[in-house]
Design a protein around this ligand. Structure first.
Ligand code: ZN
Length: 264
């Protein structure tokens, strides 16, 4: 049976909700299956491992549990080594699907029951790695406590949007989830992160959790209420004001000038 998480190729980068759906897909379909072979020949996707290194560590092992923090996910095995998987800019997890045409399955587990799990990635920017190093990642954006969120997000001179997209501050927020969250919170992306008061920070955290939950339930960050209007000439779905558009923190940003007022 073939079942994919997204029809066609992603038109946007995987963010926390996409990775959470991929993790859930692995949890539902690939746990408790024994690995009988591994194609780890792509030395770019599997860096820093040499071809055969991941295979030597994991062939014969059973996948036992999935985890995720931000956009990083990893799978435990009954052998000890952990398999880290990152979707990169356009990757997805294909389980028990026919092998990809061309060379888009960049890393593949073959199961004893003749099924397979592939990191399918046209752009080849995903990763497969043993025992991934997560020390540079902040706490998960959907799980971070209120006190931790205030402490980590509410500081510094960076624009608020750049601050919430900094993966070392909180992990998992990409460009679309950031715009949706700031719109829901009624906060301008141009605010200085360190200028927010506790009430604003708490409201931002609530908006982030709500936006994340809805994106997971609806199928991805592209389903956000603002995201559908996020194009040139788009207007605010709540008040119909023309959306502002500018680069913030180097990323194209849309916001409503009426209920996300500028800080000056
Ligand atoms: Zn508005």
């Amino acid at each position: 049976m073939s079942r994919s998480l997204w029809p066609g190729v992603l038109s946007h980068m995987p963010e926390l909700p996409e990775v959470e759906r991929a993790r859930a897909h692995i949890a539902e379909r690939a746990l408790n299956r024994r690995i009988s072979g591994i194609d780890d020949a792509d030395t770019f996707v599997c860096r820093p491992h040499a071809p055969g290194e991941i295979s030597a560590a994991l062939v014969g092992a059973v996948l036992t549990q999935t985890h995720r923090r931000g956009k990083a996910m990893w799978v435990d095995t009954d052998r000890g080594p952990v398999l880290g998987l990152h979707l990169g800019m356009a990757g997805r997890i294909a389980i028990d699907e026919e092998p990809a045409t061309r060379n888009w399955d960049r890393f593949t587990l073959l199961f004893e029951d003749s099924g397979r799990l592939a990191l399918r990635d046209k752009r080849r920017l995903g990763r497969a790695v043993l025992d991934p190093d997560l020390t540079a990642l902040g706490p998960d954006a959907a799980e971070v406590s209120r006190a931790d969120f205030r402490e980590r997000v509410g500081r510094g001179a960076a624009p608020l949007k750049a601050r919430i997209m900094d993966q070392s501050v909180i992990a998992g927020v990409g460009n679309l989830l950031a715009d949706e969250t700031l719109w829901r919170a009624g906060l301008s992306p141009l605010l200085t992160a360190g200028d927010l008061d506790e009430e604003q920070l708490d409201s931002l955290r609530r908006a982030l959790r709500a936006a994340t939950r809805r994106a997971i339930a609806r199928g991805g960050v592209h389903t956000g209420d603002l995201i559908r209007h996020r194009s040139r000439g788009g207007s605010c779905p709540s008040c119909n004001e023309a959306l502002e558009r500018a680069a913030v923190g180097g990323r194209t940003t849309y916001w409503c000038p009426l209920h996300q007022p500028a800080p000056w």
